[in-house]
Design a binder for this molecule. Sequence first.
Ligand SMILES: [Ca+2]
Length: 479
Amino acid sequence: MLKEWAIAWLTLCVGLSAAATVQNHINRVCSTWGREHFKTFDGYIYQFPGLCEYNLVSECHSSYQAFSVHLKRAMIDGNPTISYIKVTANDLSFQLSRSAVIVNEEASVMLPYHNGGVKVEKSQVYTKLESKLGFTVMWNDEDSVLVEIDEDFANRTCGLCGDFSGSPRNNEFIEDGREISPIEFGNKQRVQLPNDECEDPHEEEEDLLKAMNATEACKTFQSHCEDLFLSDSWSSCTEHLNPAVFIQACTQDMCSCSNSSDDLCVCSTLSEFSRQCSHAGGQPPNWRSPQFCDKQCPYNMVFEESGSPCMDTCTHQKTSSMCEEHKIDGCYCPPGTVFDDISMKGCIFKSDCQCKRDRIYNSGEMYKQGQEICKCYEGKWSCDNLLTTAQCSVEEGSHVTTFDGKSYTFHGECLYTLVNVKSQVGSSPAFRILAQLEPCTHLQYDTCLKTLKFLLNNDRNNVSVKQVLLFLKVQGPHL
Ligand SMILES: [Ca+2]
């Protein structure tokens, strides 16, 4: 009964843990991608072309601001490009840029970095900052930044990510009945910096954008974007996300690009659709190809749209089975392989994993220290102790059992050697154990063990134990 109950409980736990990885949490994710696209926590997608420093998200409905995430884009080669992300969490500040992570405006730090409940680490695709306050920032070092936040912050945030109220347009884009344009909303999130000469984008730019999107050329792009997003392969995603807003963003990207084959034009919104699909609980297809929005991975890793971020390695082979993190895009090892974190040779079969001790050992190689012998097997040490125990005994003064298990009866009247142990250099000294057998006082025809002597290094003056022992254990095999 207990066993059945335990199995039922285990099944429930496994079921819950599996469900956690696919749970729709898109309402806790805010993101920005491409040249100027934003999605608020509440699911509203808008465009804001500002190139100043903006508050992406901060806690702002309490007297003490626990955290903030600021973002700045700059125009590089005609494309708005993220230049840095500034994160504050309690008393710590972090500036993430492509080249470095700077803490408290001092020196750049090595990753992974842990301090004050904040962890900053870098995977093949993302720079990730996770705070115990309840938020995570992920940047792919290119156009995509994502902030995932705990539900506790509902109705307590502000910034370009919105108020996390659950209502897409209130009170970001409709305030007291008045409609607020994305540019007006965005400009309000600007962070005022000393000597900042940055110019706010004008609201007229929105009218220009609308006029451009209405041109015939843009309508052609629209049908191209529709073909991409409405293809059957994305059906798991269109069940969870409304593709219309992404088609609109895709069309706009292609219209505003000077070179429509540029990855930022064609691929950025499709990539974001894929990422959001994972967060919404869908399974995006592996839609990239060497000719279309290709992503390069180091070693022999492969790019997956939705994989477990906890990678199995030679030293930690069960990481992915215990992973509680959501699936995300990234470079992963092909199925059946693990990452070689010993010799850093990329993804290898588990059977080829090496082990590390004083040096690197191949699978099958042995290592011996003292009485322990260890064999490297698929990245793990399997050790045996060479020592075995054997027992010799004298019971009731006449019943003897040898180390090899042979029993016999012997009635003696003298001092007898029970065991003579030779010395082993560096391990144990020589010793002898003697037993004195005599006829028993009360039993005429029986013998009793009177004295037991322990002679260290065979020195008769060394030690003598005058007490009766019925059992003696000696370790072998050097007897
Ligand atoms: Ca809202």
